[in-house]
Design a binder for this molecule. Structure first.
Ligand SMILES: Cc1cc2nc3c(=O)[nH]c(=O)nc-3n(C[C@H](O)[C@H](O)[C@H](O)COP(=O)(O)OP(=O)(O)OC[C@H]3O[C@@H](n4cnc5c(N)ncnc54)[C@H](O)[C@@H]3O)c2cc1C
Length: 385
């Protein structure tokens, strides 16, 4: 794609995504939060509009696209839907499917991917365990080989789309003698497997998302659902984190923009001491501080994604992705806090964008790798230690 073709495609995508987010998600966001879920039909609708399949191979029902377009999509949906719970579950295939596409057999890909991209099946990724999420190499859920099956026992926690997922991309220990990163594999588990039980988790935010605790009790999974080589899953898990992290950065940026949009509109019409809030220097400076962070983060995001589209994947790039995730989530934290402050009491009321996003921002500094772990990884990739 030439730069002008990319710009044209981005404009068309942003317009379509904005319309979808504004008319088909934003008006329902509070009601879906109150209900604790959104209609399953939304997956099909997002698929019809081409959003679920963007960036996936045509052979499995996707539309190949550069990463620049995928992040433009997540940023736009975040900005105009401003509903993290709905979007995190709607797009959970973004972390569940890449290992299937990268490592699954041709037959498996044909069985699984088209239905997910059509919005007919839901995909989730399950790595975190009750014993810990940051130290992935210490995971305990295990799968032993018995004939043509693996038999899975263990637990996963905080799994996005965990209640409704039809396919669970699961990190398991297949070599019982191993303790660290060696001996970990990825297995695709059908959601209707016997011995799999799910418990819904109550949360601070992302209320419309079906976050779950999963228990595996002698769950038999056909061995053909192994993704890639046995005992070699750790590397794939780590590689998957990079795209998840710049994806989270693009969403965080969109949510920061949503806070800015609402705060600006409010400050322009709200009167205090005889003039609009924006006429008070402290308020307009706060808005500029928000924009300063948004624009800096946006430029960094574009740079990191352009590097990825150019095939760059070295240590400096991985460090940049980790730091970008922190930069974007800190930008969102700043904008959510400033947004609530500018709206005053109204910013504390259910129904405003900033109130919802203020409750949702924290999870982005935890999920996909915590702020502390991002710094640890960046330090190592930069050669600091
Ligand atoms: C709403 C939600 C949705 C999620 N969705 C998914 C999902 O779909 N799939 C999935 O697999 N997981 C998911 N997660 C889990 C998420 O990825 C983990 O919560 C995260 O990786 C942190 O793991 P933990 O909660 O076990 O914290 P821990 O690993 O126990 O860490 C606790 C604290 O200690 C800090 N810490 C840990 N190690 C170090 C260190 N070496 N140096 C300094 N500080 C350290 C951490 O930064 C953190 O602040 C989700 C979480 C939430 C809240």
């Amino acid at each position: 794609m030439t730069p002008s073709e990319l710009a044209e495609a981005r404009d068309a995508l942003v317009t379509a995504a904005q319309r979808f987010a504004r008319t088909e998600i934003a008006p329902h966001a509070s009601a879906w939060d109150a209900a604790g879920e959104f209609p399953r039909a939304l997956y099909k609708r997002a698929a019809e509009l081409g959003f679920l399949g963007l960036g996936y191979p045509e052979a499995y029902g996707g539309t190949p696209a550069p990463r620049a377009l995928r992040v433009a999509l997540s940023r736009t949906l975040a900005r105009h839907a401003a509903a993290g719970g709905t979007l995190s579950s709607l797009m959970s295939h973004g972390i569940g499917l890449p290992p299937v596409i990268a490592l699954g057999s041709e037959a498996l890909k044909r069985e699984v991917v088209p239905e997910v991209l059509a919005g007919e099946r839901i995909s989730a990724l399950a790595i975190t365990e009750p014993g810990g999420g940051s130290d992935v190499a210490a995971l305990k859920t295990h799968a032993r080989r018995e004939g043509d099956d693996y038999v899975v026992n263990g637990e996963k926690i905080f799994i996005t789309s965990g209640m409704r997922a039809d396919w669970i991309t699961l990190a398991v220990r297949t070599d019982p003698a191993s303790k660290g990163a060696g001996g970990i594999s990825l297995l695709l588990v059908p959601g209707d497997s016997r011995g799999l039980s799910r418990t819904r988790l109550d949360k601070m935010g992302w209320l419309a998302s079906d976050t779950a605790h999963l228990r595996f009790d002698e769950v038999r999974v056909p061995a053909r659902y192994l993704l890639g080589e046995e005992h070699k899953g750790f590397r794939a898990i780590m590689g998957n984190f990079n795209s998840e992290r710049y994806g989270i950065a693009s969403s965080a940026l969109g949510y920061a923009e949503a806070c800015y949009d609402e705060a600006l509109a409010w400050a322009q019409q709200r009167q205090a001491f005889g003039s609009a809030l924006v006429e008070h220097q402290v308020i307009r400076h706060k808005l500029v501080d928000m924009q300063q962070r948004i624009q800096a983060t946006g430029a960094w995001l574009d740079h990191v994604v352009a590097q990825a589209d150019a095939g760059i994947n070295d240590a400096a790039w991985v460090a940049s992705v980790c730091m970008l995730k922190n930069q974007a989530t800190q930008t969102f934290q700043f904008c959510a806090d400033a947004g609530v402050q500018i709206l005053g009491g109204m910013g504390f009321m259910r129904g405003t964008v900033v109130e919802r996003l203020y409750r949702e921002v924290k999870v982005l500094t935890i999920g996909g790798g915590t702020e502390e772990i991002m710094k640890e990884l960046a330090a190592r990739q930069l050669g600091v230690v």
